[in-house]
Design a binder for this molecule. Sequence first.
Ligand code: SAM
Length: 400
Amino acid sequence: MPFPMAAPAAAGEELVAAAAAAAPTTTTPPPPKVSPTPTTPPGVPGHPSSPIDPIEPDDSGRGAESYRDGGGGGDDDDDDGYQSDGPSSDATTSISSNIRDYTWENNRRYHKYKEGRYAFPNDEPEQEREDMRHAMVLHLCGGRLHFAPIGENPQKILDVGTGTGIWAIDMGDEYPSAEITGIDLSPIQPSWVPPNVRFVVDDAEAPWIAPPDSLDYVHLRNMAFVIKDWTKLFQQAFVALKPGGWIELQDLKFNYSCDDGTMHPEDYGPLRMADLIHGALEKFGVDTTSAEKNPERAAAAGFVDPRHFVIKLPVGPWARDKTMKTVGLYNRSGIYDGLQGITMGPFTRGLGWSQEEVEVFLTTVRKDLMNARIHSYITWHSLCAQKPLSAAAPPAAGGQ
Ligand SMILES: C[S@@+](CC[C@H](N)C(=O)[O-])C[C@H]1O[C@@H](n2cnc3c(N)ncnc32)[C@H](O)[C@@H]1O
């Protein structure tokens, strides 16, 4: 992998200076001055001229415990901390020794709990890729872990689909006051984590165990290819959040585009791949366009004060801007390194391709991705919205 895992700290100062200045590493940054319509926040590349600015090319050449026991783990843990705690939901009643099992398919490792639910692998290469994307987003955002104005002392934070737990761990360090819970189908998180961070194997689409009005902040990142029922997810988050609490979603959208005619959509391999992935995931009931629809869904669930912005992320280091050049390098590497992982499950399970067919197809995609003459980009979507201070949780709308 050509990049260090940690976010390069101070690159791209000229474009992210305002965001970075507003985001000291150990305290809560002040709320970004973002508008309710899709705009880029101050200091982040793209601000302020348009929601999605063109990119100028460079011409110069844990030890988990049960979330469902109400906190603090329990004496009846009999599976290295994963606990079956009664009838609350199918997500816990089925927890057994198989929670730590994995399943293998076409030389990749997948989750076993609720097997088949998530189409992408959870093995080391995929984990490294997720961590690299974390580094990319931090670099893009001037080191900020969030844009929601959650104050300096949030108490309860839920990271839905926490993956390797890297964001939750960073949040635990940044907010010692908070108890951060990361849930995921895969038990791939480290054991050595800050004392205020815990990880739980759980299904985000099962009824949430978090009591109504109990959370300050719900976070989801890169979950567009995951969640099937966004309406229900927003409803559950709304109920579980305290009045005044925030939900935040950040997602990459693989809608390869180009502003200078260097990409020919009809024969650009990554675009064809994205279309095929979308088609395959649709067969599994996943709407991959959720990043665009989520502002509407959040509003329908009752959230207010939406702050939504979209940024173009170059695929490759072709942008003139220093930050975007680095982001482009991360971005392309994340796509390139993940090609097999992101296609194998959807193409074989969803489209009926053989492993060999997938590999042959990917050779073209790799070539196009590395073609420095093609100035393609994808988009990054960030949305946060608030549960109104006046809101009372409706009865039986998902929380328990
Ligand atoms: C693309 S990764 C994102 C990881 C993390 N949010 C990040 O940005 O680093 C998606 C994660 O969602 C998890 N996942 C998939 N379906 C899930 C579900 N129904 N409930 C909880 N987690 C799920 C996967 O296991 C995977 O770790």
